[in-house]
Structure formats: structure tokens, C-alpha cells
Design a protein around this ligand. Sequence first.
Ligand code: PLZ
Length: 452
Amino acid sequence: MPETPGDPGLEEVGPLLQQRLVRTAIPGPRSEELMARRRSAVPAGVGTTLPVFVTRAAGGIVEDVDGNRLIDFGSGISVTNVGNSAPRVRAAVAAQLERFTHLCFQVTPYLGYVEVCEALNRLTPGDHEKRSFLVNSGAEAVENAVKVARYATGRQAVVAFDHGFHGRTQLAMTLTGKAMPYKSGFGPFAPEVYRARYSDPFRGQGQLAETLGFLETTVGAANVACIVVEPIAGEGGFVVPAPGWLAGLADWCRANGALLVADEVQSGFGRTGAWYACEHEGVVPDLVTTAKSLGGGLPIGAVTGRAEIMESVHPGGLGGTFGGNPLACAAALAAIETIEADGLLERANRIGGVMTDALEALARSHQAVGDVRGRGAMVAMELVGTDGLTPDKAAAGRVAAACHAQGLLVLTAGTQGNVLRLLPSLVIPDDLLEEGLGILAGAVASDERVAE
Ligand code: PLZ
């Protein structure tokens, strides 16, 4: 246990030494060998951000087969907010493993599933009566939220946004706003999906009036079942909408009998220093999707919504074989307890403050950093050309590669691929956070020298 809340000690993250170590080229020879095996067994369509094979991971470190220890600023795309070796999660899963691995909640219920739903009903925004049900992934959560919204409203049109990412299944892919690599060649897409402009203050796009005008004119207010929106666009580049935009959508939905679905798969579950990113805007959505960090590393997703909306669906209309798997439920309850007992929301804000200060300092000294944005521990910078606006995807790729070579795992993002996003676990030790930010700053500085 950490001695002070939000200040995890090394004991808490297990025996894996919380120190960066670069012993070989990255990837090293063993990883190269395993990558060759991967290439013969797994299609290239499943991408690889950093081709190192991992043996252990905890706190702020991933250790690879060549003995390198990398600082992890990705946390499995914000899945391991509580760390990828959280003691409570490990213990809860081990205990559940002794009892049973699976029953199927629709066949015979078990308490863990109900407890996760009770917790989500408590933690999601709004104090109205709610219901939740559990699925296996973010995409499945989004698909189900739309199913429920269509059923409850008796309407078909679904509105999504550019910069949006909602998953890789048919409907979730259709809702996603970026062709390559997510949609190109994978059509036809699901019908009755309309795409509006997302609010992007840096580029001055997507004013509320424009978005609402689109809903009224192009879609038709009476046709809209739901608006599916990320409170902060995740894969789209951590775009934080202009203040009031999200609330404007919520008001419009309420006035027009449509439902607001907040896709909090990436932004939720403590990442932004609140349980849900909507809270920063005082917005209470009708339906909320949760996945990623909900399971403390195990696969689980959820749809939470107003009781009257969720109860509209007939018995048997919702579910799935694996949804709310007992091990994943045990992990989720332990992840919730960890966030609450260890003060990880406060820790997300502290981490976010450190990251934002570092990136803003970089933006002041390097013209290539066009924008720094985010909330809590969900922070990104956009790399741009000499005009301060044109997206520079190549620069983002070079900076990420330079970080990887020095043992810092960073992720890119952005509709134009020019964003570097920081998503460390909320239990990353302070010194690793600082060290990683130093490596990133060095990579931006040397890249600018190359570019000149
Ligand atoms: N909604 C907001 O961020 C997943 C995608 C990684 P699944 N984001 C990471 C990739 O390249 O596929 C995501 C998200 C938001 C939905 C999803 C989908 O969640 O658990 O990947 O299905």
C-alpha cells in the first residue's frame, strides 16, 4: 500500500524495478526474432506501435525480452489506469479464479456482475435512477448504447462526429470518423449514421450553431435517436471541445427527444481526474459507455443509462455469452476500490499538471508544437508546420520513434496523425514521469534541429 494517497511506493508495483534501462537497440534481437514469428502467424492488419515483446509490466515500466525497461506513457491505450499489476486487481482475480471462471450471467446470475453495475450507476454522471449492463469491449458498449437508444426512442438516425473513434465492429466503425486505417475498403457501412463537425477550438471548427444547424437541416430533429460523442476526442487527437459545446448538444437532445450517448471509453474511469470527462462540463448524458480501464486490465465494457430508457428493452434483447465475465467483474471492483482508496483521481490531476507544464514549456520554445491540450492525465501536443497550423504527421512519427529508441513508449493520435498523446498509468512514479517528459522534450528539440 502507498504510504500517502496518490504516491505509490515501489512495493505497490511489485518486484519490477521502476527504472528505465536501454540495453540493446529497440527493438532488440530477441524481439526481432519474435516479430518474425508474429509476422508468419498474425496478419499485418493488426498493427504494432512498438515491436518489442513484453515479459513483465508494472507501475510505469514495461520490460522486454531483451532486458530493456521502457517507461510506459501508453498504459495499453488507457486501459491500465490503476497500473498493469495492481495488487488489489491481482488478488481479486486470483480469488475469483478459485471459485469459477464463467457461468454466463443470462443463464445463472452472480453477485460480481450486479456489484459492478451498482458501482457504475453510482459513479457515472447524474443522480437519477440508472441501470447498467456489461459487455466485452468498447465497440460492443457503443453498439449496445445505440441499440438501446433506437429502441427507446423508436427513431433510427445516429449522429457521430469527425475526429470520432468508436471501435472496429460494423456500427462502431461506421460511427468512426477516419477512413485510414479504420474504414477504407471495409464498406458498406451501417445505414442511418450522420456525421457532424466536432468542436475544435484550435482550428476554430465546429461551432455549436453549425452542429445544431446540421442536426435540424440535414438529419431532421424528429429523426435523431441519439448523438454519440466523445467528451474529449481520444484517437482523434485529444481534442477538447469548446466550453459549452457538449452542454449545448445535451440541451438540444433534451429539447428534441433525442438521447445523448457519451462515449467515455477512453476519457472515462479516472483518466481526466474525474470519474467521467463529462463532469468537467457539468453534462449529464442519457447513456454512457465505459470500457478500457474499467477492468483494471481485463476485458469488460458497460452501458449505463437512465432507468426508464434502459428498461424499455424487452427481456432477452440485450446481453452476450461473455459480457461481465466473473474474472473481469472481480477485477473491475478491485480497480474501483483502488482508484477510490489510493486517491487516483487526485493523482491524475497531479500527473496532468506535470505533463501540461512540460508540454507548454516545449510549445513556448519550439514552434513545431502548435497546441497543448487535454484534461487531467489525458494530455497531448499537436505538431505543426512553420505556419503554426498545418499538421505535421511526419514530425510526430519521428519524435515518437526517437522516444521509442530511448526507451520511452509514447502513442501518436489525431485525425491527421500529427498528435503525440500521453496516457501514463496513474501509478507511474514521479521520477519516471519526469524522466519520460525529459526524453520527449529532447526528441522534439533534436527533431527541430533536423528539420531546420
Ligand atoms: N470508443 C472512445 O477510444 C478504443 C482503439 C485502438 P474497443 N480506442 C483504442 C485501435 O486501434 O483499435 C475506443 C475508444 C472510444 C470506443 C473504442 C473501442 O473500444 O475496446 O477497442 O472495442
